[in-house]
Structure formats: structure tokens, C-alpha cells
Design a binder for this molecule. Structure first.
Ligand code: NAD
Length: 714
């Protein structure tokens, strides 16, 4: 079986089908490109071949480059040669003068779209799931198969820059509107016959950029309108990136330089920048975590393999507040029947109305229809009546963060639901093992920790209590995937993984305020380090009062267990701001910041309470404090087996907390620094700022043995 099928029709048109044996998707690698090169030679030399329809035998056209190969590259020459070899084939297609039509039956991303862009004409099947784009930037790479050269020559420099720096994935209609696609077809037969007909009607084909006098749509890099763009493009691209994503600059450079040269020179320039991206630490981090580790998680690495795959048909939700309402929406969206219970009918209805609101907004944006809205709402029953939970496969409680209330609703639900049903808590702080004491069947009790807002956040943290069995974990895992979210699995502990590390970020910010570090410097350093929100602003969002509540509870529990609560220097700061000045956060309109309808500004009173220190630390010093404290806490979670895998730690930190994605997550942050260097820096920080920076003992041991984090787990 070959990966590339060649069928020559009586009309002289060859249908070339990419269909790699033993794989569900076509990917760009030698296994595909070797046979493709042979077929291309035949096309070039056989006069009987008058034109080519290029299509795929899989559900999708071509998903992109085989990242296994790209990830391993450490020599820039190898990266350069890889890009050049692929582009050599594409150039041969363009220069052979026979028409090539891409018949795109499904998704064409990255190298898949680049292959299509080298065809003279692109027709796509009207497939609502198909996506088209050059998303390489999301893994710290750039389109090295001619994308940075052909796309600007098709859609213009400005549009292409936007698409490639954001890694936008377009649907058929959008790609057609932008001119990336030329035509569509409703059926596979029509797709091929339209492609064939185009070949027959255009027997001599040439790319516009190979025609003398070619002009970039909207102008080349020297055109006055575009020259203006070049003055601001780098700062626009870096406005949120703070220089942490070198691929952004490399993409812009490729497009700029390609816009003052011919296509062949542009293609070569692109290969050089491609090599720079491939070798960057940022791309290694992102490929490692956001590709390999994420795929491992999606394939069920953290799911016990024995229990059969399950599906939730009926879901009970207790508490129709912010979280319960969100969980109801995302569940009904995938067709699950939902019973949404609250203490009063009014509160339950309000929870259901949350879905109505979201759907009305989606309809206004043409992302949904009144029919879909009715169908989804008909799946949600808002009630106060627990007997409606009968037959539920899963119940999730999202009532107040109070052990007593949670125990009460657990008992009420368990009196009704089937013996096989799983009971889950969405608590953000209370240990699951303790909550399970209120359950008649602690083996079927689990934590499903959602993030707010539920409809936007991609992560669910699954927490196993002491007694949670594999069947229950598997059911929880399957449900999270059923609603299209990414599950990480952790063991029980105070704050689990995400809330625990998140707390260190907030408190380090507060501690620095107490030392007299300028609050603006703290905030800027947070952003420069790659965090989506700086520590003081995000603390205001979650509210200082909640942090105080959690701290009080933790202190009480630890003291009851005979342990000493470790005082944090940030605590006195947060208490002074919240308790002395009544500034509990954004919900009160005042916290570290003052909030007005037009925006927020840092509260000037901070520096009266905590005068500025004479000597201010460098931004790097502040960034290190904010990032090392989190990464070290993640390592402690791994050491204490709260985290079960490195992948869960990395993905959990990026998807749940937005931890600087270019670092590849908290544990990859440590790997990328190098274990010995990380340990040394932690020790320096500990000497200056306190015990909390002391490196996790596991790291010290591994560093001494010359090992990596993954080594302990394999
Ligand atoms: P919320 O106050 O918005 O909602 C709680 C709801 O529970 C209210 O509608 C209330 O009427 C209802 N309720 C209270 N007692 C009840 C009872 N006895 N029977 C039925 N309903 C009852 O709170 P929330 O923000 O949705 O949080 C709910 C849970 O989710 C908490 O455990 C919280 O820690 C957790 N959580 C919250 C977030 C967040 O960002 N808000 C994130 C993750 C987890």
C-alpha cells in the first residue's frame, strides 16, 4: 500500500490521493513526501497527464507537519533543509505548467494548507467542521512550507500577518471570503468533478507570482500604506507578547523581506527563520506541552484503562449559581439532559436563564439559531425537587463553599439517584476526602473542579479522594471529555493543584507590596513574565476577602491537626488592604485598584500604607519571584503526589491558570531552565526572601543525579 495513489482518467486528469496507510490522518513526513515526489516526477514527465486533482483519502485533507521530526531537530541546517525539501516539491508543482487543483475534502492546516496554496486552484467541500489556516505560531513555529510567502501574495500583507501571527483557523465560508479558497462543493463527487473541470479548462497554469509584473494585493512591503504598517506591526504583535514569542517577529520578518524580493528569495529567507523558530527554547516548550503532552492527556494517559468508556445521559446539578449555571450550559450543549436544582425555584430559573442569555448572544453573532437554542433549553429542567434526579448517571454539586451545606445536599441527592451514579463536588478548596464523609458511597465520590467562566475555560481538574475508585475516575474523565474539556487528574490535597499554585502567585505579589516594591513594577513584571493578568489585578478579581477566608480555614484546619500554619509575609498586606481599608477587590469596586466605569487605576493609598523602598528590584528579579514560586510549588505537588504526571502539571497550569504558555507550563519551566540552575536560583531567592522559595527536595535530589523531572515518573 502506498501513501499516495495516482489514477489517470481518460481526460488526462490525474487524481492524486494522499492516504497514508495505518494512520487516521495524513501528516507531512518522508513517508508521505517520498511517494509524492515520485508521483510528481511522473506528472512532470508523462505527456499523457494534462492536469492534477490533489485530494485525500482520509476524513481531513492534511493536518500539517509531523511534529515528532521537527521537535527532535537540534541542528539549524537540518531544519533549513527540511523546509527547503518540502518547498522544492511545491515549487516543482508550480513550475511544471500543468494545472494543480486542491480538492479539499476536510481540514487543511499548516503544511496541509501550504500544499494547497501551491496549487493553482483550491476547492473545498462544504464541511462545517473543516478548518483552514496556518496555526504554527501556537507552537512557537512559523509556516515554513512557503506559507509566509504565498499567503501575503494571495490575501495581502496586512491580512496575512494577522492570520499567521494569531494562528487563525478559518471555516470554509471565511476562507472563501478571504480568497484562500476559490470555490466550494456540496458533495465529494461534485468536489472532484469541479476540480477536474477546472483542470480541463485551464490546461496551462501559472501562479500569479510567477507572472512578470506581479503585484501584491494591497501593495508590497515598500508600498506607502504597507510601509506605515511596518512601523507599527512589531509593537502591535508584541503588545501582549512582551517579546516572549520570537516566532511573531520571525513571521513578520519573513513577510517583510518576502515583500521586497521575488518568491524564490522569499522562500529561502523563510527557511532560515523557520530554523530559528525550530531551535528556539520557546517552540520546544510549546511542542512538548501543547502538542505531545496534551495529546497524551486527550488519549487518556491519566484515565484508568480497565473501565469501559461511559457517557452521561442525565446530569443533576445542585446549586444553580455562577458555576452550576455554567456547567448546565456546557452539558446541555452536547445533548446531556440536565436537572438544575437550587434552594428556591427563582434561583434555579435564574441559573437556567444563564443559558438563555448565552444563546441569545450567540444568535446575535450568528453562531447559533433559535432552533438550536430551543433544543438546548429543552434539555435543562430548573427545579427545587430532588426527586427529579432519579435516573441521573452523574450529580455535580456547586452549592456554597460550606461543608455543612455540601453534606446536606449530598445526602438529599444520594437518597434518589441510582446506586451506580457518581457524585462529584465542584469545590475549589475543600479536600474531597473530607467531603466524601457525608456520602454513603465514598468510592463513587470525586472532585470535578471547573474554572470560571465555565463556558470559556478549557480545563477541568479531577480530584481523587482517598476512597475514589477507578470506575468513578474513569466516569468523571469521560464526562469531562464528553463536554469537550481537557481533564487533568490530581490527588486530594488542600487547594488541589491549581488553586494551591495560584495562591503562591497572589501572595508573592502581596509580599512585594509589603516590602515597598512599586505596585506598578510588580504588575508590569507579571505581564512581562507572560502571565495573562498581573498578580494584584487578578487578586482583586478573585477578591481579597476570599483569600482571607481560605487562609483562615487553612489555619484552623492545620492547627486542629496539630500543625503550624506557615505565616506568609503577603498576608499582612492583603489583610491591611481588605480589613483595615475595606478594599476587598473588584466586586466592591476597590481593592489594590480603584474601579470606575472607564477602567481601573492602582490605588494611591497602597504606598501610604506600605511606603516605597529606596532601592527597587529589577524587573527580572520580580519576574523570577513570581514564576519560581509557582514552579517550585508545582514541583512540591509532584513530590507529594498531588500531581500524578508532568503533563497534568503543565497542561493544568496553562489551561487552568494561563501560566505563561511559551514556558510550556510550570514543570517544563523548570526543565527548560535546567534542574541545577533552577535549584540554585531557588536557593538564592530563599536566602533573600524566605523559606518558601526553598527548592522542592525532589528537585535537589534529581539535580544532584543529573536527571530530569520526567525521569522519576517513567
Ligand atoms: P454561587 O454563590 O454563585 O452559587 C451557589 C448556589 O448554590 C446559589 O445559587 C445558592 O442558592 C445555591 N445553594 C446554596 N445552598 C443550597 C442548597 N442547600 N440547596 C440547593 N442550592 C443551594 O457560588 P459559585 O461561585 O457558583 O460556587 C459554587 C461552588 O463552586 C463552590 O463550592 C465554589 O467554591 C466552587 N467554585 C467556584 C468557582 C468560582 O470561580 N466562582 C470556581 C471553581 C469552583
Amino acid at each position: 500500500m502506498t501513501a499516495v495513489k495516482f489514477e489517470l482518467g481518460a481526460d488526462g486528469i490525474a487524481v492524486v490521493t494522499l492516504d497514508m496507510p495505518g494512520r487516521s490522518m495524513n501528516v507531512l513526513n518522508d513517508e508521505l513526501m517520498g511517494p509524492y515526489a515520485e508521483v510528481l516526477s511522473k506528472i512532470e514527465t508523462d505527456p499523457a497527464v494534462k492536469g492534477v486533482v490533489l485530494t485525500s483519502g482520509k476524513k481531513e485533507f492534511l493536518a500539517g507537519a509531523d511534529l515528532e521530526n521537527v521537535y527532535k531537530i537540534t541542528d539549524p541546517q537540518v531544519a533549513f533543509d527540511l523546509a527547503e525539501a518540502f518547498k522544492g516539491l511545491l515549487r516543482r508543482m508550480e513550475k511544471c505548467t500543468k494545472p494543480f487543483v486542491a480538492a479539499l475534502n476536510g481540514t487543511a492546516l499548516g503544511g496541509g494548507l501550504e500544499l494547497a496554496l501551491a496549487c493553482n486552484h483550491r476547492i473545498a467541500l462544504n464541511n462545517p467542521k473543516a478548518k483552514f489556516g496556518l496555526p504554527e505560531v501556537k507552537l512557537g513555529l512559523l509556516p515554513g512550507g512557503g506559507g509566509t510567502q504565498r499567503l501575503p501574495r494571495i490575501v495581502g500583507i496586512q491580512e496575512s500577518l494577522q492570520l499567521m501571527t494569531q494562528g487563525t483557523e478559518l471555516r470554509v465560508e471565511q476562507a472563501l471570503k478571504k480568497g484562500i479558497l476559490n470555490d466550494t462543493a456540496d458533495t465529494l463527487e461534485e468536489l472532484i468533478s469541479k476540480a477536474r473541470a477546472w483542470c480541463v479548462a485551464n490546461q496551462v497554469a501559472q501562479q500569479p507570482w510567477d507572472v512578470k509584473g506581479f503585484k501584491f494585493p494591497g501593495g508590497d512591503s515598500k508600498h506607502p500604506a504597507i510601509a506605515q504598517l511596518w512601523a507599527i506591526a512589531p509593537s502591535m504583535a508584541n503588545a501582549k507578547a512582551y517579546g516572549n514569542y520570537p516566532a511573531l517577529n520571525h513571521i513578520a520578518s519573513c513577510v517583510f523581506e518576502g515583500g521586497i524580493t521575488d518568491i524564490d528569495t522569499g522562500l529561502k529567507v523563510e527557511s532560515r527563520y523557520f530554523a530559528a523558530c525550530v531551535l528556539s527554547q520557546e517552540s520546544k516548550n510549546m511542542m512538548n506541552t501543547l502538542w505531545f503532552q496534551l495529546n497524551a492527556i486527550k488519549k487518556g494517559q491519566s484515565r484508568p484503562s480497565a473501565p469501559a468508556k461511559s457517557q452521561v445521559k442525565k446530569l443533576g446539578i445542585l446549586g444553580a449559581g455562577m458555576m452550576g449555571a455554567g456547567i448546565a450550559y456546557v452539558s446541555a450543549k452536547v445533548g446531556i439532559e440536565v436537572v438544575l436544582i437550587d434552594a428556591t425555584q427563582e434561583a434555579a430559573d435564574k441559573g437556567k436563564a444563564y443559558s438563555t442569555n448565552l444563546l441569545d448572544k450567540a444568535i446575535a453573532k450568528k453562531r447559533s439559531t433559535p432552533e438550536k437554542k430551543d433544543a438546548l433549553l429543552s434539555l435543562i429542567t430548573a427545579s427545587t425537587d430532588y426527586s427529579k434526579l432519579e435516573g441521573a448517571d452523574l450529580v455535580i454539586e456547586a452549592v456554597f463553599e460550606d461543608r455543612g451545606v455540601k453534606a446536606e445536599v449530598t445526602a438529599k441527592a444520594e437518597a434518589v439517584i441510582p446506586a451506580s451514579a457518581v457524585f462529584a463536588s465542584n469545590t475549589s478548596t475543600l479536600p474531597i476526602t473530607g467531603l466524601a464523609q457525608a456520602s454513603k458511597r465514598p468510592k463513587q465520590f470525586i472532585g470535578l473542579h471547573f474554572f470560571s467562566p465555565v463556558d470559556k475555560m478549557p480545563l477541568v481538574e479531577i480530584i481523587c479522594g482517598k476512597d475514589t475508585d477507578d470506575e468513578t475516575l474513569a466516569k468523571g474523565f469521560d464526562y469531562v471529555q464528553q463536554i469537550g474539556k481537557t481533564p487533568i487528574v490530581v490527588n486530594d490535597s488542600r487547594g488541589f493543584f491549581t488553586s494551591r499554585v495560584f495562591g503562591t502567585y497572589l501572595m508573592e505579589g502581596a509580599a512585594m507590596v509589603g516590602e515597598g516594591v512599586h505596585p506598578r513594577s510588580i504588575e508590569m513584571a507579571g505581564l512581562e513574565a507572560g502571565m495573562p493578568m498581573p498578580p494584584l489585578a487578578i487578586h482583586d478579581e478573585v477578591s481579597l476577602s476570599l483569600s482571607i477566608l481560605i487562609e483562615n480555614q487553612t489555619r484552623k484546619d492545620m492547627e486542629a491537626a496539630g500543625q503550624t500554619f506557615p505565616e506568609h509575609p503577603g498576608s499582612k498586606v492583603m489583610r491591611a488592604i481588605a480589613e483595615k481599608h475595606g478594599r476587598i477587590g473588584k466586586k466592591a469596586g476597590k481593592g489594590y485598584y480603584d474601579y470606575t466605569p472607564t477602567g481601573k487605576t492602582l490605588w494611591p493609598g497602597i504606598n501610604q500604607e506600605f511606603p516605597l523602598a529606596k532601592e527597587q528590584p529589577s524587573s527580572q528579579e520580580i519576574q523570577d519571584r513570581l514564576m519560581y514560586i509557582q514552579a517550585n510549588e508545582a514541583a512540591k505537588c509532584l513530590q507529594e503526589k498531588v500531581l500524578r504526571t508532568v503533563a497534568d502539571g503543565n497542561i493544568g497550569s496553562i489551561f487552568g491558570l494561563g501560566f505563561a504558555p511559551f514556558t510550556g507550563g510550570m514543570l517544563q519551566f523548570i526543565n527548560a531552565k535546567g534542574l541545577p540552575q533552577f535549584v540554585k536560583r531557588c536557593e538564592e531567592l530563599a536566602a533573600k526572601y524566605g523559606e518558601r522559595f526553598k527548592p522542592a527536595s525532589m528537585l535537589v535530589e534529581l539535580a544532584a543525579q543529573g536527571k530530569q523531572l520526567e525521569d522519576v515518573l517513567n
